[in-house]
Design a protein around this ligand. Structure first.
Ligand code: PLP
Length: 445
C-alpha cells in the first residue's frame, strides 16, 4: 500500500496552507469517514468536528439521504445546462425554496458553485444593475476590515484581511475597506463608512458587502444597532447592501439567515456552504424583487455572466434534500438552544481559566479569545504561539477547531454541526476546557 502521507506531500497542494509545513510535517490527519458530529482519520482516531469542517457541514456527516438523492438525480439527469433558455426542475424548485426561506422581497436566485463565485457574481451583478440604469460610475465596492469573502478575483479584493491580497500582489481597483465595529463601537464604524462614502462620493459606489457575523475574522458579532445603521446609510446614499451569508445562512446563527437576528433586510444575499451542508459544491446570490425587475426591464441583450455549473441539477437536488432535513429536524431551533448551552459552557471555561478573555456565541457559532492576563486584557505576544498550542491540545483530545491569529488576536472559533445534542455540547466543552487548562499550565500563567 502506498503511503498516503507521502503521496499527500508529493502531489497535493493544500488550499490555504503552509506549503513549508506541509513539506516538513506532512498532513496532520487524513480523514476517512464521518458520522454525525464526528470524523475519523485513517489511524482510526475519532474527532468532534467542532467547526463543521469549514463551517459548512450543517446537518452533520454520513447522511445517506443526501447520497441517495444525488444517486437518483445522477441516474435521471446528472447534468444539463441552465444557460439561456434551457432549464431543469431541481434548479427551479431550489430557487423557489430559497426565495421562500429568505426575508421578504428576496425572490430571485443566481446559482454558483461556492462562496467566492457568489461574491464575485454579486459584484458583477451590482455593477451591471447600476450600469443599465445609466449610472455606470457606481462601481466601487466597500466592505469591512477583517471580513472574509473568498479567493476569486473580486472576492479576494472584497476580503478585508490583507494576507489574502498578497497572493495577487495588490488589490483590484475600486475596492475599499471600512472599519469593523469589532473592539470599537457602532458610532465609530459607521463614521468610518460614512466618511469613506463622502470622500469617494456616493455616485461612485455600487455596493457595501457585510457578513452578518464575521466568521474567518474571528467570529465577530456586530453590536445590536450596527447592521441597521448600515441599512440606513445604504438607503440614504443609494448604495446596494449585500449580506454575505455564506457561513451564517441555513441555520448557523439560530435563525435561517444571519440578518434575521437584527431584522435587517439587505438588497441581496450571497450563500454557499450550508445550502448543501458541503455534500456537494453549491452557492448563489439571491436578489430583491427590485433588483430583479431592473435586471429584467433594463438589461439589453445577454447577461454575460454564468458558470457551467450554475444551478447544477445534482447539486440542486442535494440542496433541496438538505434543506428538507434542516426543516424537518428543526435544526434552526436546535442551533439556537444548543448555542445557548455552548455559550454557558464558554462562560464556565472563562471562570476556570486565567487566559480566557472574551467569549461569545450566536446560535452555533462562537469564539473564545485567549489573553495573557484576562483580568487586565493584556494580549499574548505572537512568539508565545498560544493559539496553535491550544489547537494542538484540542487535536490531541479529539477536537477539530480553528484558530485566528490575525492582527495580534488569539481567537479559537467553534461552529459544530447543527445536529449536535446537549450531551455532545457538554462533551465538547469539557474537552475545550481540558485543552485550555493544559496549555495554561504549560505556559505557567
Ligand atoms: N464568504 C464567507 C463569509 C466565507 O466564510 C467564505 C469561506 O469560508 C467565502 C465567502 C468563500 O467561500 P468558498 O470557499 O466556498 O469560495
Amino acid at each position: 500500500m502506498e503511503d498516503l502521507f507521502e503521496l499527500d506531500k508529493k502531489h497535493f497542494i493544500h488550499p490555504t496552507s503552509s506549503i513549508i509545513q506541509q513539506q516538513t510535517d506532512g498532513a496532520k490527519s487524513i480523514m476517512a469517514k464521518g458520522d454525525g458530529i464526528y470524523v475519523t482519520d485513517t489511524n482510526n482516531k475519532e474527532y468532534i468536528d467542532a467547526v463543521s469542517s469549514l463551517w459548512n457541514v450543517n446537518i452533520g456527516h454520513g447522511r445517506t439521504e443526501l447520497a441517495e438523492v444525488a444517486s437518483e438525480q445522477m441516474k435521471k439527469l446528472a447534468f444539463s445546462s441552465a444557460f439561456s433558455t434551457f432549464s431543469h426542475e431541481p434548479a427551479i424548485r431550489l430557487a423557489k425554496k430559497i426565495s421562500e426561506l429568505t426575508p421578504q422581497g428576496l425572490n430571485a436566485v443566481f446559482f454558483t458553485s461556492g462562496g467566492s463565485e457568489s461574491n464575485d457574481s454579486a459584484v458583477k451583478l451590482s455593477r451591471h444593475y447600476w450600469k443599465i440604469q445609466n449610472k455606470a460610475s457606481k462601481r466601487k465596492i466597500i466592505s469591512l476590515k477583517r471580513g472574509y469573502h473568498g479567493v476569486a478575483a473580486a472576492s479576494t479584493s472584497i476580503t478585508g484581511i490583507p494576507e489574502f491580497w498578497d497572493m495577487a500582489g495588490h488589490l483590484m481597483n475600486d475596492f475599499l475597506h471600512a472599519e469593523t465595529p469589532y473592539r470599537s463601537t457602532t458610532e465609530k464604524a459607521i463614521e468610518s463608512l460614512q466618511s469613506m462614502i463622502e470622500q469617494e462620493t456616493a455616485d461612485t459606489i455600487a455596493a457595501i458587502f457585510v457578513e452578518p457575523v464575521q466568521g474567518a475574522g474571528g467570529v465577530l458579532i456586530p453590536p445590536a444597532d450596527y447592521l441597521e445603521a448600515v441599512r440606513e446609510i445604504c438607503d440614504f446614499y443609494n448604495i446596494l447592501f449585500i449580506a454575505d451569508e455564506v457561513i451564517t445562512g441555513f441555520g448557523r446563527t439560530g435563525t435561517m439567515f444571519g440578518m434575521e437576528n437584527w431584522n435587517v433586510v439587505p438588497d441581496a444575499m450571497t450563500f454557499a456552504k450550508g445550502v448543501t451542508s458541503g455534500y456537494i459544491p453549491m452557492g448563489g446570490v439571491v436578489v430583491s424583487d427590485h433588483i430583479h425587475t431592473v435586471l429584467k426591464e433594463k438589461s439589453k441583450g445577454t447577461l454575460f455572466h454564468g458558470f457551467t455549473y450554475s444551478g447544477h441539477p445534482t447539486a440542486a437536488a442535494v440542496a433541496l434534500k438538505n434543506i428538507e432535513i434542516i426543516e424537518k429536524e428543526s435544526l434552526v431551533t436546535n442551533a439556537k438552544e444548543r448555542g445557548l448551552e455552548l455559550q454557558n459552557g464558554f462562560q464556565k471555561i472563562k471562570k476556570e481559566s486565567s487566559i480566557v478573555g472574551e467569549v461569545r456565541a450566536i446560535g452555533l457559532i462562537g469564539a473564545i479569545e485567549l489573553m495573557q492576563d484576562s483580568a487586565t486584557g493584556q494580549p499574548f505576544t505572537p512568539d508565545v504561539g498560544v493559539t496553535p498550542a491550544v489547537i494542538n491540545a484540542l487535536h490531541e483530545r479529539g477536537v477539530i477547531s480553528r484558530g485566528v491569529t490575525y492582527d495580534g488576536s488569539n481567537i479559537l472559533c467553534f461552529a459544530p454541526p447543527l445536529i449536535i445534542t446537549k450531551q455532545e455540547v457538554n462533551e465538547l466543552i469539557s474537552r475545550i476546557s481540558d485543552a485550555i487548562l493544559f496549555v495554561q499550565h504549560q505556559l505557567g500563567v
